[in-house]
Design a protein around this ligand. Sequence first.
Ligand code: HEM
Ligand SMILES: *[C@@H]1O[C@H](CO)[C@@H](O)[C@H](O)[C@H]1NC(C)=O
Ligand SMILES: *[C@@H]1O[C@H](CO)[C@@H](O)[C@H](O)[C@H]1NC(C)=O
Ligand SMILES: *[C@@H]1O[C@H](CO)[C@@H](O)[C@H](O)[C@H]1NC(C)=O
Ligand SMILES: *[C@@H]1O[C@H](CO)[C@@H](O)[C@H](O)[C@H]1NC(C)=O
Ligand SMILES: *[C@@H]1O[C@H](CO)[C@@H](O)[C@H](O)[C@H]1NC(C)=O
Length: 325
Amino acid sequence: MEQNNAFKLAFLHLFCFLFLVSCQLDSKFYDKSCPNLTRIVRYGVWSAIQNDTRMAASLLRLHFHDCFVNGCDGSILLDDTSTIKGEKNAQPNQNSVRGYEVIDAIKANLEKACPGVVSCADIVTLAARDAVSLAGGPFWDVPLGRRDGLTASESEANKMPSPVEPLDNITAKFTAKGLDLKDVVVLSGAHTIGFAQCFTFKQRLFDFGGSGKPDPALDSSLLQNLQTTCPNQGDSDTKLVPLDSVTINRFDNSYYQNLVNNSGLLQSDQALMTDNKAASMVINYSKYPYYFSKDFTVSMVKMANIGVLTGQSGEIRKNCRVVNN
Ligand code: HEM
Ligand SMILES: *[C@@H]1O[C@H](CO)[C@@H](O)[C@H](O)[C@H]1NC(C)=O
Ligand SMILES: *[C@@H]1O[C@H](CO)[C@@H](O)[C@H](O)[C@H]1NC(C)=O
Ligand SMILES: *[C@@H]1O[C@H](CO)[C@@H](O)[C@H](O)[C@H]1NC(C)=O
Ligand SMILES: *[C@@H]1O[C@H](CO)[C@@H](O)[C@H](O)[C@H]1NC(C)=O
Ligand SMILES: *[C@@H]1O[C@H](CO)[C@@H](O)[C@H](O)[C@H]1NC(C)=O
């Protein structure tokens, strides 16, 4: 049986190679062609985090925003040109998504070690994995072999899940990508690290839904702190607040404990407690960090499979910001 499977796998690879058809991702994809890949990526992520702790969160989010638009194809990395309108200036990304320079630096090192071999899409995926584990979260094997897209979509990027839309709408956007409600709950746990600008949750603080009052689902002492940091005036819009104020830079399960305590920062975070199924998962993860870690790795691999290009589709970029270079 073992041997039979090994034979099948070997045959599949030979088949992919000979006939250049689309293939499954494989965590050993670059073992021969770029043996130092994982070391080079991990070093690049580690040094970026040494310089700026928040970069762990930013790299994790970069991967999410890549995968939800045109699949995990590195499209978010493309700069605007006269022929391609990129995703960087879409509303959810502009002045918000970070980490492009970190990917550039890793790519430059990889081009020295194994030129023209590793896709930018795989670099983003590996960087997200390393960011999570370096922030104290779980580690998992990343299936590889994604290729880079030849185009980008600003309009799709503008349809990223928004922090002010209802849970049903967010879940529908995940379902459209082959994910489900459990993935929504599990992947939202990424908000255990990183920061949000005041404007992304300010609607909860002063006049929630035209009620003249704050969101009743926001803990009163957190509310006071947030009203101080984010006063009701435009010039506070871009101030930063930790998504998980208990353990700001640590990838743990306190995000879920916060939700149980009415201390979710975004409306979309706290909304997980308004659905019975989602709330029972939140409570489970708030008690059992092991289940969160385990389920997070599974959902990350699922997300990292969205719309991937393999075989001869797309290309391997040399510069992650430019196609056909
Ligand atoms: C479920 C729907 C989601 C919504 C509505 C949402 C929304 C947001 C918003 C509004 C911010 C703050 C951005 C800013 O202020 O500039 C943010 C930050 C962040 N998001 Fe999400 N997000 C969602 C899911 C995810 C997922 C699936 C991941 C990764 C698996 C993720 C990872 C992050 C991280 C790590 C940050 C902090 C980034 C940093 O500090 O640079 N989010 N998210
Ligand atoms: C991998 O990295 C090690 C240590 O930096 C180096 O000695 C070795 O030559 C590298 N191997 C390849 C194939 O680049
Ligand atoms: C270090 O982080 C700061 C932001 O905190 C950034 O401006 C700077 O470019 C980073 N330096 C390096 C070498 O990555
Ligand atoms: C949620 O989705 C419904 C149905 O697609 C739509 O009519 C509504 O405008 C959406 N709400 C928000 C706040 O995006
Ligand atoms: C949530 O509330 C419980 C019980 O009041 C407390 O033990 C726990 O520390 C709180 N967790 C957070 C993250 O505030
Ligand atoms: C908690 O989550 C784990 C992992 O998903 C699952 O096996 C277990 O059944 C859940 N427990 C409850 C009470 O929902």
